[in-house]
Design a protein around this ligand. Structure first.
Ligand code: CO
Ligand code: ZN
Length: 333
């Protein structure tokens, strides 16, 4: 899993610019799916035919990033974050890279207090000395930068950019490569534009009309010193979503996931998240309503250049998703 995770997190794919990561994931899954397609918004959909009800598993391809709003006369690039829930102070000092590879660092204006730090007071410094140079190197207004790739492993924990949600993508890639016969009709969706409001999952669910859907995404862990909230913790296993800002998990989906985790002896936790949502939030209200739930990977420093997850949680999530995919759902949904 480590190798595919390193591979997937190294690719840039800010919301709306998922071409490269879609190509990379598409190549990985194509040999293992009965059918692979891309819809109008850019969702990558891998289908494994089965006779049972349609099960949709979804992880998002996109990652948060920065989009240039203007370039000043000295070559500093002002930007707006792409994606919500990005604290400005997490951006300060981050290394970034434009899609053409041009590197930069996020600098800040003088501010008296951390709370005064807003994205409007930050800028990307690529080292250019004039507006012309900065524009020529990046494209200027509308150019998009992601965090620069980084990847390290220590103590069973991975630190990288974009683990939100390449960790979910890596799980679904592995699932496709290892599954043979499936009892349900399985559609695996690698969705676009999750970070700007779950837009890809909305149209994908409409087009696919699944009987049941499960999103796989990270969830902010509350297990660091004096953390703001008590939520999920790293190393205690994948979390079965109970509720977040956008979803009250469908009881039948939640109980199914808990039942499977219990049956398979997979250490797991329950998640109630005060702030944040996943693709499941929009899938549940698509069409006449789709029973939806989510499996979360506890993650520290979500939406920063250095997110952290636990490899045992990842393994547990894999076992849970695999058992789910192999559970006949006929009569349940
Ligand atoms: Co996110
Ligand atoms: Zn996410």
């Amino acid at each position: 899993m480590k190798e595919v995770l390193e591979h997937l997190t190294a690719v840039a794919g800010v919301s709306g610019r998922e071409d490269e990561i879609r190509r990379v994931v598409g190549e990985l899954v194509r040999p293992y799916a009965d059918e692979v397609g891309v819809d109008a918004l850019g969702n990558l959909i891998a289908h494994k035919f089965g006779l049972g009800p349609r099960l949709m598993l979804v992880a998002h391809l996109d990652e948060i990033g920065l989009i240039v709003t203007e370039v000043d006369e000295r070559g500093f690039l002002r930007f707006m974050p792409v994606g919500s829930g990005i604290p400005a102070w997490r951006l300060v000092g981050a290394r970034v890279a434009f899609s053409n590879g041009v590197p930069g660092v996020v600098g800040q204006e003088k501010v008296e207090e951390v709370k005064d730090l807003r994205p409007a007071r930050l800028f990307i410094d690529i080292g250019a000395t004039s507006a012309e140079e900065a524009r020529a190197l990046t494209g200027g207004t509308g150019a998009v930068a992601s965090f620069a790739p980084s990847f390290s492993v220590c103590c069973r924990r991975v630190v990288a950019k974009a683990l939100d949600d390449r960790a979910g993508c890596a799980l679904l890639v592995r699932l496709l490569t290892e599954l043979r016969e499936v009892p349900n009709d399985l559609v695996v969706v690698f969705s676009v534009q999750e970070e700007v409001g779950q837009r890809g999952a909305r149209t994908a669910a409409f087009g696919l009309h699944p009987a049941v859907a499960v999103a796989i995404d990270v969830s902010p862990a509350g297990d660091t010193p004096e953390a703001e909230r008590r939520t999920v913790a790293l190393g205690k296993g994948p979390a079965v979503k109970v509720m977040d800002t956008g979803l009250i998990a469908h009881p039948a989906v939640r109980e199914l996931l808990l039942e499977i985790a219990g049956r398979e002896g997979i250490p797991h936790q329950r998640e109630v998240l005060e702030r944040g949502a996943t693709d499941a939030a929009v899938i549940q209200v698509t069409l006449e309503g789709i029973p939806s739930g989510a499996v979360s990977l506890p993650c520290r420093y979500v939406h920063s250049a250095a997110e952290m997850i636990d490899l045992d949680d990842l393994e547990g999530a894999y076992r849970l998703l695999r058992a789910l995919a192999l559970t006949p759902l006929a009569g349940r949904f």
